[in-house]
Write a protein that binds this ligand. Structure first.
Ligand code: PRP
Ligand code: URA
Length: 208
């Protein structure tokens, strides 16, 4: 199992607040945004740099700036939307794509209903965001779509992962590194993450 668990006291504290069933949608949204910003710092750690010549008020010098591909952020609707603004705070020039899919409650298989990606997405490093990696079906399907558009450099960033989802995504897309704030115990009989935080989309948008 290949997984990057981002350990930081601020992230761990905020994830615990999000798990609490008494946390309301307003606070849940704010916490998800804050955690996403903190995680983006680690997820972008290996972005390549290039030498640039600049002139400070003192003298000319060679310094470093980002030199690789531009960034794309692709949230998996709905709950992935809650992670976009946090990443954008760090990478404000990123372009955003959207992939809509939901889990069929009977089969637990992902059903795709929307896909709109930037025209130059194949030139970008794409960070796919979704708070929950449960069976891994939604993430695998979203990454299939993105790869079909020619994207070769993809990272997946979630808040809580189940071991089952990590293994499934590793198997389907071994080239895609997974970053999570927490690796939980298992899935329950309804494929919800245990202990998890419940239904991320409903808690984010207050739909239940
Ligand atoms: C949730 C979550 C993921 C998916 C994870 O979305 O945001 O997209 O489940 O489950 P999986 O790893 O087993 O595929 P959901 O299907 O509830 O849709 P929603 O965001 O529209 O509520
Ligand atoms: N989707 C969620 O929102 N929560 C889970 O625990 C599993 C899938």
């Amino acid at each position: 199992m290949h997984i990057n668990v981002i350990n930081h006291p601020l992230i761990t504290h905020k994830v615990s607040m999000m798990r609490d069933k008494n946390t309301n949608p307003k606070d849940f949204r704010q916490l998800l945004k804050e955690i996403s910003l903190l995680m983006a710092y680690e997820v972008t750690r290996d972005l390549p740099l290039k030498d640039v010549e600049i002139e400070t008020p003192i003298q000319k010098c060679v310094s470093k700036m980002l030199g690789g591909r531009s960034i794309g952020i692709v949230p998996i609707l709905r709950a992935g939307l809650g992670m976009v603004d946090g990443v954008l705070e760090l990478v404000p020039s990123a372009k955003i794509g959207h992939i809509g899919c939901y889990r069929d409650p009977e089969t637990l298989q992902p059903v795709e209903y929307y896909c709109k990606l930037p025209v130059d997405v194949d030139q970008r490093t794409v960070i796919v965001v979704d708070p929950m990696l449960a069976t891994g079906g939604s993430a695998s399907m979203a990454i299939d779509f993105i790869k079909k558009r020619g994207v070769t450099d993809i990272k997946f960033m979630c808040l809580i992962a189940a071991p089952e989802g990590v293994c499934a995504l590793n198997k389907a897309h071994p080239d895609v590194p997974i970053y999570t704030a927490a690796l939980d115990e298992k899935l329950n009989d309804h494929a919800y993450i245990v202990p998890g935080l419940g239904d991320a989309g409903d808690r984010l948008f207050g739909t239940k």
